[in-house]
Design a protein around this ligand. Structure first.
Ligand SMILES: *Cc1c(COP(=O)(O)O)cnc(C)c1O
Length: 457
């Protein structure tokens, strides 16, 4: 088989500032061993997130110039609305400044205190917006979805028996909607099968409960279905995407992921009454319904991005490049969540750095080592982010896993950038026993990972 090449040429470049280990050591100490407080110009390869970090195409930049900034009824809105309807198929299209605004508006109009919203795994903003309405965000992913080194083609699937039990327990009056996150970001970017989407939809219709997709990575999910699910090999990603959405009543979307733009999102749904209430709230907090917190030029770039993200060459390259990184890390003996997800590779830092106890944050230690060794910025998803200090026993309570996520921005890095990342890991495998654990010197009461300070143990 031939190399799967990046299906684009580079027209505009951003220089990377190279640095040496001594400079990086200084930056790391100045940042108190927290990579969120680094300046991005001191990073060589930035794998902190795939959100809002995509490179836009020449056609998207042309759309930026075409954008019409009329307050009401801009042609850019109608281009955007037409494209969203064409792919997603829902009646109402409501633009928002990013995904969490779509979530906040939807839950404000549909969710009451004490209600329960099932999902495979709620993303953190989705959970927070549900809990803000004093409702419960319940995760019902299949058991396989929580076992890191277990291989399964659709680890993002929902457990249907648990869904039926949840409906039986609470009744449909207490369940304003069921959601499925495609792909399942919090579960490692793992896809959901068409069969699972169809079955969740069937159960929802039987019980007259609305069904919403959290569609942020819908194109990556569609391509996984094409590659892995029987009966879809000959279908186009657009056909598969349309079929996925045909089973749902609406969706929330962060355009910062699979719309290949740097900002934007939308809420799309069929229910007229809910849409009217959502638009009223939109006017209050985001903007007039034909721009909703975005500029006309953003709407043009999203419309174009939604076309490009469904190109087969792009999706083949996208999933192959993530798989390439995962397979090479496994060859080096670096343990990862299996199989590789659609947007990121997750490393099991606890088993990679066995000499660092949980209380000394092996995930954070690996992130710091990656930066010092090679200028690579990753993010800890483990005990720093999800653990907490228990004042009663005077000890840290670790999270279930200590993962490090390498999220790959879309169309930004080439294979040689990824080869460089693999080479840095090869060095870390050799010298891993020298990597030191960390201890907090400061932590905030909420979302402590953003502002925490550490020292080496
Ligand atoms: C990013 C994301 C969101 C929130 O979108 P923002 O644009 O960051 O507000 C919601 N759900 C999932 C699955 C996401 O990945």
């Amino acid at each position: 088989m031939k190399t799967i090449i990046e299906p684009f040429k580079i027209k505009c470049v951003e220089p990377i500032r190279m640095s040496n280990r001594e400079e990086r050591r200084k930056h790391l100490e100045a940042a108190h061993f927290n990579l969120f407080t680094l300046q991005s110009r001191h990073v060589i390869i930035d794998l902190l997130t795939d959100s809002g970090t995509s490179a836009m195409s020449a056609e998207q930049w042309s759309g930026i110039m075409r954008g019409d900034e009329s307050y009401a009824g801009s042609p850019s809105f109608f281009t955007f609305e037409k494209k969203v309807r064409d792919i997603f198929g829902f009646k109402h299209v409501i633009p928002t400044h990013q995904g969490r605004a779509a979530e906040r508006i939807l839950f404000s109009v549909a969710v009451k205190p004490g209600m329960v919203i099932p999902n495979n795994n709620h993303f953190d903003t989705t959970r927070a917006n549900i809990e803000f309405q004093q409702a419960e965000a319940r995760d019902l992913v299949i058991a396989e979805g929580s076992v890191p080194d277990l291989d399964h083609p659709f680890k993002g699937n929902m457990d249907l028996a648990l869904l039926e039990a949840t409906i039986a327990e609470h009744g449909r009056e207490q369940i304003p909607m069921v959601m499925l996150t495609i792909t399942n970001n919090s579960g490692g970017g793992q896809p959901v099968s068409m069969e699972n989407i169809r079955e969740v939809s069937r159960i929802c219709r039987q019980n007259q409960i609305p069904f919403f997709l959290d569609a942020c990575r819908f194109a990556e999910n569609a391509y996984f279905i094409k590659l892995r699910e029987e009966g879809y090999a000959e279908k186009t990603p657009l056909e598969i995407a349309r079929e996925m959405f045909s089973h749902a009543d609406g969706c929330t979307m962060s355009a910062k992921k699979d719309a290949l733009v740097n900002i934007g999102g939308f809420l799309s749904l069929n229910d007229d009454k809910l849409a009217e209430e959502a638009r009223n709230l939109l006017i209050l907090t985001e903007g007039f319904p034909t721009y909703g917190g975005l500029a006309g030029r953003d709407l043009e770039a999203i419309a174009q991005g939604l076309s490009e993200v469904l190109h087969e060459d792009y999706l083949e390259y996208r999933l192959a490049s993530i798989r390439y990184l995962g397979e090479h890390l496994n060859e080096l003996g670096v343990p990862t969540v299996k199989p590789p997800g659609g947007h990121a590779i997750f490393i099991d830092a606890r088993s990679f750095l066995k000499h660092i106890p949980r209380e000394q944050f092996p995930g954070q230690a690996l992130c710091c080592a990656l930066y010092e060794e090679g200028g690579i910025r990753a993010v800890e998803i483990g005990s720093v982010m999800f653990g907490r200090f228990d004042p009663k026993i005077g000890q840290e309570l670790p999270a279930p896993m200590d993962l490090v996520r390498l999220a790959i921005p879309r169309r930004v890095y080439t294979q040689s950038h990824i080869d460089y990342v693999i080479e840095i890991f090869a060095d870390l495998v050799q010298g891993r026993r020298k990597i030191r654990g960390l201890a907090f010197t400061y932590q905030a009461p909420f979302l402590r990972h953003f502002t925490a300070r550490f020292e080496e143990v």
